[in-house]
Ligand binder design. Sequence first.
Ligand code: PHE
Length: 461
Amino acid sequence: MSFALSQTQSYPAWRSRWVFILAATGSAVGLGNIWKFPYITGENGGGAFVLVYLLCILLLGIPVMLAEVMLGRRGRQSPVNTMRQLTSDAGLHGFWRSIGWLGVLAGLLILSYYSVIAGWALAYIPEMGKGTFQGAGPLESQVFFDALLADKGRLLGWQSLFMLLTVGVVAFGVVKGLGVAVRILMPLLFILLLAMLVFAYRHGDFGGAAAFLFDFNFSALSGRSVLEALGHSFFTLSLGMGSIMAYGAYMPATASIGKTVLTVAMLDTLVALMAGMAIFPIVFAHPDINPAAGPELLFVSLPVAFGAMPGGLAIGMVFFILVSIAAWSSAISLIEPAVAWLIERRGFNRFTANILLGLVAWALGLGTILSFNDWSGFTLGGFTFFGAMDFLTSRILLPLTGLFIAIFVGWIMPHVTVKEELNGNNSLMYPLWLWVLRYICPLAIGVVLLVGLYDTFAMAS
Ligand code: PHE
């Protein structure tokens, strides 16, 4: 199709497949890998959960990611306009454009709370350096964390700083800003994580952690755990939100989407497992730290361990720098789809679009900040503002968009187009991929979505 070619020429493309891999990995690797994966693994009993999570990445995440990147490269525009273009080219119903819209909306909502949590990680960097946690017990650590959450001004300051860092990169555009940033950030992240691993190996209970993560004890696994693994495989690969679609638009026309997607998914999984192997040895080396502590594992439990270990001051700082970097490159991808859309559709320049959307997400983030202090007693259907945002995005919006993508690519879009873009003519994997996308993905995502909706009503009533 001619539009794809002409758009290719006018649209800024990544210089190589590797920049796409770095950018997509930067998007995928974030708080989801370093904060959420370890704590939900801890809560769900370890090994069996990890196994189910790996299966979900393979059966659900990779096929949907392939579909999303394919759509992006075919459309070569922001997710909203990519969907507009693809549907009108094929004479399809305008309903499918909602894939782009839902993505833009989900991105801004996620960014609003993501920036607050990333702000915590930023706040911990100087605290680690000052030695706040040296010799502190779990109780003192909890008191510190609670005090941080109660302090609106501090939360706002760190959240604003994080937001500035994010819009700062996006303002420079795709090639200069994103391309350069990920080329520096991603290798740095890997090096820091490796350093953490070596440290955990030397000073933690490495064997205990390995047993916890890789001994498949199925008795600890519940139906809810499986759903959680399913939902998380989506969040961690940045699917169902247009991020990966928007990055796909910048991918060189000749690169193999299949190989590229496999690389990104493998890197993301590797980082999650490495984060697990960096955190749990430290947790297990300290008997009074509970691996099932939940969201606090990173911010309450871990600093205690850092405070008690030799060299903990420096390694603790390194660790929170790492978390901030990972969150930063994800946040960039959360805002990019909306920025690209404003530029194309409304004729904004990149700078203004970026500032405007950054302000929207920043303002929405105030709700999340207040939900930890002034508004903590104010709930709607059992949710605080933060809880509602989190639930709405990861349990409803992302699965919904993902479901639409699987159905659209699997059943609605003309097969010749899909096959052509994926170069699927002589690939053995192509029919297998299509089958999984048509049958397994809609079913599995549909279940996550239905349970999510059921939970919403159950909590509201
Ligand atoms: N994948 C990111 C993480 O694991 C979060 C994210 C979700 C980023 C959706 C972009 C889009 O933290």
